[in-house]
Design a protein around this ligand. Structure first.
Ligand code: PGA
Length: 249
């Protein structure tokens, strides 16, 4: 059984004072013993987050990284830089990156590889659009996104991955996948992983993301193949975030 993971994705939100608030609250919190916690903050807050979360159980992560190691790429940030600022994880392939910034499967794989080279754990996001779900193509789309990354990694690299299933139609919409819909996709992901490597399938944390909140987290997390959550909006409110962490225990 993978250790459950609750990861907050602040997106382009938050402030230095919110970082301090989370640092204090997470350091004081009585979290379930079997739980990993992570906070994926905007680049400029990484160092402060690493400092204020140092006394807590929460790890610090970034939300994307460059597909290059270094060089003339104005505005880009490398995995090495993230690592130097205290990040241990990084989101890759979030649907906002895929749709708003044109990151296709090739770009996602390149970033996963860079993350691994830099010693960061990639948190790979997969998900179908509403159009794809209505056309009953959800599973094909999601497993295709997964295969595109697995095919480019060796068995040891694959062990570093965390996967988050985030149906695009559930992100930021308040419309959560039902526990049954989410479980069905998680089971399909787990089966696909097992077709590569049974041990990998058993050990990899599979997170659900998409309007996960304090009041629906317990039902989602009770599903056998849902090992945690990737939380957007509700990760900006400390009480909501802590309540979700409690439901994962
Ligand atoms: P949400 O976002 O919880 O606000 O739906 C989830 C995500 O985009 O990771």
């Amino acid at each position: 059984m993978p250790t459950p993971l609750i990861a907050g994705n602040w997106k382009m939100n938050g402030s230095l004072s919110l970082v301090e608030t989370f640092g204090r609250a997470l350091s004081d919190a009585d979290l379930p013993p079997q739980l990993d916690v992570a906070l994926m903050v905007p680049f400029p807050y990484l160092e402060a987050a690493a400092r204020s979360l140092a006394g807590s159980r929460a790890a610090v992560g970034a939300q994307t990284l460059s597909d290059q190691a270094s060089g003339a790429y104005t505005g880009e940030v490398s995995g090495e830089m993230l690592r130097e600022l205290g990040a241990s994880l990084v989101l890759v392939g979030h649907s906002e990156r895929r749709t708003l910034f044109g990151e296709d499967d090739t770009a996602v794989l390149a970033r996963v590889r860079r993350a691994l080279e830099a010693g960061l754990r990639p948190l790979l996001c997969l998900g179908e659009t509403l159009e794809e779900r209505d056309a009953e193509r959800s599973e094909g789309v999601v497993l295709g996104q997964l295969d595109a990354v697995l095919a480019g990694l060796d068995p040891v690299q694959r062990q570093q991955l965390v996967v988050a299933y985030e149906p695009v139609w559930a992100i930021g919409t308040g419309r959560t996948a039902t526990p049954e819909q989410a479980q069905a996709m998680h089971a399909a992901i787990r089966r696909r992983l097992a077709s590569h490597d049974e041990a990998l399938a058993e050990a990899m944390p599979l997170l659900y993301g998409g309007s996960m909140k304090a009041d629906n987290a317990a039902d989602l997390l009770a599903q056998p193949d849902i090992d945690g959550g990737l939380i957007g909006g509700a990760s900006l409110k400390i009480d909501d975030f802590l309540a979700i962490c409690q439901s994962a225990g």
